[in-house]
Unconditional design. Sequence first.
Length: 193
Amino acid sequence: MLHLALFAFFGIICVAGAINLLVQRHPINSALSLVVVMASLAAEYLLLGAEFVAAIQVIVYAGAIMVLFIFTIMLLNAGEEERTKGSRVAILLGVPGVVIGAVLVAWVLIHHSNTQSVTIGALLGDPKSIARLLFSDFLLPFEVTSVLILIAIMGAVVLASRPGAVARPQTTPAAAKEENEGPQLVAAGRERR
């Protein structure tokens, strides 16, 4: 009973973190919400008896990938998102579409899942079997994911390196005058010596 209660608790935290990720206006807050989602998923994996997958979830996703996301957000100097009113068409078609899709997925899972209960630890989860699967049967998806992450990093660097990609603050005439006078004062000091 405690196991099921913990599983439901971490599931609620995961869903709440995902909703918070979508609601946040600042990208750093969204990234921190994603860390909560990844950590709660690691707890779910731990409760399911997949200790290796839980450790990889924390090390790779909550650690390395989130550092990469935060580095990209800071590199792009992304500020707070502006809220728009939204499209009425998206609301009128989107909400019923999501409800219909959720009902269809639930109906298929309930009536055609053919799943049976499995004891904890009965499925493959040790590092040797995962490595054998990852580097034999799933080698192509693993490498494609690596290339996609590399392309995303390169795209972020290209966007950040363009002069118009980052908005620069407007300077007042007094601040511009001080910037122009600064080098002249240094030059005048050198002439006196």
